[in-house]
Design a protein around this ligand. Structure first.
Ligand code: UD1
Length: 419
């Protein structure tokens, strides 16, 4: 199994170009199920989850070509697709559930493997299913599969999500584009990846009206147009490298981003005294000698993202005083803490709260990555110690970070993949 070897304490300096967002690419790929017209998606990150979604679409009969060099995906669905999304593809990537809404909306039936639990929490799909039921679908769960069907087509209706869910908003938004009549979605997630999905769907010819931050109205359509779309930047990758610069006392230019979209993260890091100069499509990050501890809570966008919680925790181990984190989105998202403790971090956990004692010396260790964002937090911790750190199970990292070793090495980091 591949591992990463890191020897840190090098000030990172240089330019890092941020890739397209994985979490925007996946729902956009799922949405292409709706159309038979040619779709070209640009700025696609070449990461494992995107490749898995491409395999899933090809498995159901779509014709998807991924050009890794140009980071382009081209799709033509000129025949009827199969409506079965098998376990072996959905189990490795929860976003596989996103094909349920579009398959059901277009073909009137779908059988999609129920995604399992995962290390950050149970992650149920009840909100997706009850919304589809409200739209007239017959939904049952049998032998680990969600089996859904409609008599005619899905019906537009009012759906008030009981909880803000990124995936449920995406799934139901895509499905409602082909529902009969008007669907009013309320209490929606408003992550930038959802904005990007809306832009893509509108280019396809879907009739979507976003009213305020958490309400979306959709008028069902029947015909769509060929489309070219460039995926939004990965805001979590951007935040991760901003933190890397701060942690290593470095100076990095992080480009191909829109700093306005990550203003919550930038404000929090500014509070820690990390210096961030914002320009139109890049930021320059540096850090004074001292950084300050802060208290944060993860929240749906525009709040502080849960996907950046593990990374900022590493920075907190180096800050003055005590910092705290309250994780409000996932019930078990402190898996990285035990590994950080093995590196010498002083972190207390009580329920969904973490207390991080700052100005902590971190030491190298052999570590085990547990999930995507936890893995990258260990990489950051490795960069902050001058000893050798070995990270095992890096397949998690490969699910969502494009060319991480190359990007960090080009800025002076010692980071090597051991086969
Ligand atoms: C997406 C992101 C993930 C991010 C998360 C929260 C993708 C591919 N993944 O995941 O990186 O961490 O948003 O920003 O974009 N919930 C239910 N029932 C449901 C659905 C969700 O109870 O049917 C709960 C979840 O367990 C969780 C909360 O709602 O506690 C938010 O989850 P959700 O926003 O749906 O996350 P994902 O879409 O899975």
């Amino acid at each position: 199994m591949e591992k990463l070897e890191i020897i840190g304490k090098k000030k990172l300096s240089g330019v890092i170009s941020i890739s397209g967002s994985k979490n925007a690419t996946l729902p956009i790929l799922a949405a292409t199920i709706l159309t038979e017209k040619k779709v070209k998606i640009k700025n696609v990150p070449i990461v494992r989850d995107v490749e898995t979604m491409v395999s899933l679409l090809n498995t159901i009969g779509s014709s998807v070509k991924l050009n890794k060099k140009k980071k382009i995906i081209e799709i033509i669905n000129n025949k009827n697709l199969k409506t079965l999304a098998p376990y072996n593809l959905v189990k490795t990537m929860r976003a596989g559930i996103l094909v349920l809404g579009p398959l059901l909306a277009k073909y009137g039936s779908a059988k999609v493997s129920l995604p399992g639990g995962c290390s950050i929490g149970s992650r149920p799909v009840d909100i997706h299913l009850s919304a589809l039921k409200k739209m007239g679908a017959n939904v049952k769960v049998k032998n680990g599969y969600i089996i859904a069907s409609t008599k005619k087509s899905l019906r537009g209706c009012l759906i008030k999500f009981p909880k803000i869910s990124v995936g449920a908003t995406q799934n139901i938004l895509i499905a409602s584009c082909f529902a009969k009549g008007k669907t009013k979605l309320r209490n929606c997630a408003s992550e930038p990846e959802i904005q990007d999905l809306i832009i893509f769907l509108k280019k396809l010819g879907c009739k979507i009206n976003k009213i305020g931050e958490r309400s979306i109205d959709v008028e069902g359509v029947k015909n769509l147009k060929p489309t070219i779309h460039s995926v939004i930047f990965d805001r979590i990758e951007a935040g991760t490298y901003i933190i890397a610069a701060a942690l290593t006392n470095g100076r990095l230019k992080i480009k191909n981003i829109d700093p306005k979209i990550i203003s919550t993260e930038i404000n929090m890091l500014n509070k820690m005294k990390v210096q961030i100069v914002k320009k139109k499509n890049y930021v320059i990050v540096s850090r004074p000698k001292k950084i300050c501890g802060i208290n944060i809570e993860t929240r749906p966008y525009p709040g502080f993202p849960t996907d950046l919680q593990a990374q900022i925790m590493v920075l907190m181990t180096k800050a003055e005083g005590i910092s705290t984190i309250k994780e409000n989105i996932f019930e078990n998202r402190f898996m990285h803490v035990s590994e950080l403790r093995r590196m010498g971090a002083n972190i207390e956990i009580e329920g969904n709260r973490a207390k991080i004692y700052g100005k902590n010396q971190l030491y190298g260790a052999e570590l085990m990555a547990t999930d995507l964002r936890a893995s990258v937090s260990l990489v950051l911790a490795g960069l902050a110690t001058e000893e050798k750190t070995i990270i095992n199970r890096i397949y998690h990292l490969d699910r969502g970070y494009e060319q991480i070793e190359k990007k960090l090495s080009s800025c002076g980091a010692y980071i090597k993949r051991l086969k």
